[in-house]
Design a protein around this ligand. Structure first.
Ligand code: MSP
Length: 658
């Protein structure tokens, strides 16, 4: 990377299709890389766009009964609308139908021509429109293109050729001298052996259709769509004379899918060498997503997941997190809704969401919501351990983002999130709060905890910009115009924190079922809406409880369905305008819940904090006086003299009661 600059690109997408999970993946990864680099204070340029010329697009326009231009405008609008909905913030969007693009394509052609690398010949071969490339007989399976499943057409046409063969040795030398050019490393060998196996000159013009950029000096030909498309990375910078070109070229990363590696790692650097321009620093080929085991394809509706619809269902942050975290960049992966829900519940609701709500609930309750001043005299080795871990997680996350390994960066981030959750259990702020003289220690624990939350939020920001902004806001921090890579200790005491709704609400069984049914397309709209809104009661006439056994006795199996857990009350307050109700925040060991309990006439809120109680943990959530209640606390006795069920020795929160 040139000092403090970072230029990242996605492929420009064909407009024979709308954005889908695969194209969204590349674009989200590129966006996260750009956000990380911006957080490091670098001058970032992030480019995406659309590839609008060529036979494939001409064919799609014909099918849509539109002119290629009208078809292009229509699909391009969908791309331009989709990316911001996924929180993709590119600095530029290039369309190959723009004049600025044609200008550089012509310039590049002339440069290559001037280098003696273009000649007029005749092509006779098999052409696959899906690939927009000639294919060799040996690359076919049963006479069909392996990637597109369609038989290529025999084409004979006059064509301009690029002397690719001349660049065999220069390319091999370049790969040797620039070991970071093709990544991941595992992909490099396949390119090197392809080139070492001998290169044939490349046909770079077409006469069989007209939807393209005319060849300079011979308008009977249009420039081959791949030559046209690859040029976008430079045309978007205004060409070699442009200010942006001087600032950003060569690109730091062309992020692409493995399907188009050969074009980027062989043809593109050879064309640039011929044109006298430096090649990009790195072409990174990521893996391929399938959907529940099937290749994403127009003919398989189940694979046609709309990324924006999915983001509407689970939240943009959750979708981005999943795509970045689930698959090490470079590997193939299979998308399944179950694993999406699993990650949301485990990593986002349980780990990160609970960390935030536990921390804020305690600060709210114990210090009136003010970030306390830590007291160095009250610090312990445990605080130091958390600080060291936070700094190491931050540095490992940074290294991983630099290495183009988002999933590793998020893994490191989650080590901090989990350590912060453990820190709560180990330090028991609710006990400190009740111990006279422990105020300095309580202040130090709460400060350390909030600082860990803040650092974790900043580390999450490249992947989940909204969650990071929410956490900043709840911590009372000003919204940074630019995310900043965190430094431990920067959190100022005195800020006013604010509790709020769950950052990542857990997807409970009922909602999961509803979502799965919706995604499978099998839910009637009324049921879907009700279930998706998380309604907690079955509608009249629908499934009620199973009939009780005739003698009223439960089998052990039935009893064991009740999930009783040990919980510690970490905060309690009166529910407004309700004499009998208290709103409790309980710690279930790794999970925080809000429970509304009718015990206000028997207990004062302040007496409850720190108590261990028994919670029915799998009770359907309900709304009581407008407050969400996610469980029930066991108690016995008359209404004004209730006694909470509790334990006669210490048990860990979350332990099962049996
Ligand atoms: N227009 C060319 C690229 C020209 S770049 C100078 C093209 N376009 S495309 O619309 O077919 O997009 C291909 C890219 O979309 C892949 O390289 C990859 O980045 C992304 N993906 C498409 N399907 C995908 C998956 N199933 N999984 C992961 N990425 C996928 O090729």
């Amino acid at each position: 990377m040139r000092a403090n600059r970072f230029y990242v690109t996605t492929p420009i997408y064909y407009i024979n299709d709308v954005p889908h999970l695969g194209t969204a993946y590349t674009t989200i990864v590129a966006d996260a890389l750009a956000r990380y680099q911006r957080a490091r204070g670098r001058d970032v340029h992030f480019l995406t766009g659309t590839d609008e010329h060529g036979e494939k697009v001409e064919e799609a326009a014909r099918n849509a009964r539109l002119s290629p231009r009208a078809h292009a405008d229509r699909i391009v609008r969908q791309f331009k609308e989709t990316w911001p909905k996924l929180d993709v913030a590119s600095d530029d969007f290039i369309r190959t139908t723009e004049p600025r693009h044609a200008a550089f394509v012509e310039d590049m052609w002339k440069r290559m021509d001037a280098a003696g690398d273009i000649y007029l010949g005749h092509y006779d071969g098999l052409y696959c429109i899906g690939c927009e490339a000639y294919v060799a007989e040996g690359e076919l399976e049963d006479g069909k293109c392996k990637a597109h499943g369609r038989a290529p057409e025999r084409r004979q046409e006059p064509s301009y050729f690029f002397r690719l063969a001349k660049y065999q040795q220069p390319l091999l030398d370049f790969y040797r001298d620039s070991p970071g050019f093709i990544r991941p490393e595992s992909r490099k060998n396949e390119v090197v052996s392809f080139v070492a196996g001998g290169l044939r000159d490349l046909s770079i013009s077409r006469t069989s259709f007209t939807w393209g950029i005319p060849v300079p000096g011979d308008p009977a030909h249009v420039v081959y769509v791949w030559v046209d498309a690859l040029a976008n990375y430079v045309s978007a910078l205004g060409g070699p004379g442009g200010e942006l070109y001087r600032r950003y070229w060569p690109a730091d990363v062309h992020l692409i899918g493995k399907d188009i590696l050969r074009f980027h790692a062989v043809y593109w650097p050879a064309m640039l060498m011929s044109a006298g321009l430096p090649p990009p620093a790195c072409v990174f080929a990521h893996g391929w997503w399938s959907v529940t085991g099937k290749k994403i394809s127009k003919s398989l509706p189940a694979t046609r997941i709309s990324p924006t619809a999915l983001a509407d269902d689970v939240g943009v942050d959750a979708l981005r997190y999943f795509l970045l975290r689930e698959l090490p960049l470079g590997q193939d992966g299979d998308f399944s809704y179950e694993s999406l829900v699993g990650r949301i519940n485990a990593d986002l609701a349980n780990d990160l969401g609970n960390l935030l709500s536990r921390a804020l609930a305690m600060v709210d309750e114990y210090t009136g919501g003010v970030v306390p001043e830590p007291d160095a005299a009250a610090a312990t080795a445990g605080d130091e351990t958390l600080r060291i871990l936070a700094e190491s997680a931050r540095d490992r996350a940074a290294q991983a983002w630099e290495d183009l390994a988002p999933s590793r960066a998020l893994e490191a981030t989650w080590e901090l999130v989990r350590a912060a959750n453990r820190y709560i259990v180990e330090n028991e702020p609710w006990t400190l709060r009740k111990s006279p003289g422990k105020e300095p220690r309580l202040a130090t624990v709460l400060y350390t905890l909030l600082e860990a939350v803040r650092v974790a939020a900043e580390l999450c920001a490249p992947a989940m910009p909204r969650a990071a902004a929410r956490i900043r806001e709840q911590l009372g921090l000003p919204q940074a115009t630019q995310a900043l890579w965190p430094k431990w200790g920067d959190l100022a005491a005195g800020l006013q924190v604010r509790r709020g709704a769950a950052l990542f609400p857990r997807i409970d069984k009922e909602r999961e079922q509803a979502l799965l049914a919706k995604w499978a397309g099998g839910l009637s709209p009324s049921n879907a809406t009700r279930a998706l809104q998380g309604a907690d009661r079955p509608a009249a006439g629908e499934t009620g409880p199973p009939p009780a056994a005739p003698d009223g006795k439960l089998s052990y199996e039935e009893f064991s369905k009740i999930d009783l857990r040990v919980a510690i009350i970490v905060a309690a307050e009166r529910v407004k305008d309700a004499d009998r109700l208290l709103k409790l925040t309980v710690d279930l060991g790794g999970e925080t819940r809000q429970i509304v309990a009718g015990i206000a006439t028997s207990y004062a809120a302040g007496d409850l904090v720190g108590r261990r109680v028994i919670v029915v943990a799998n009770l359907k959530p309900a709304k009581i006086r407008g407050e969400r209640s996610e469980g029930m606390i066991l108690a016995a006795g008359e209404k004004d003299a209730l006694a909470l069920a509790t334990f006669d020795r210490e048990v860990a929160p979350g332990a099962k009661v049996k």
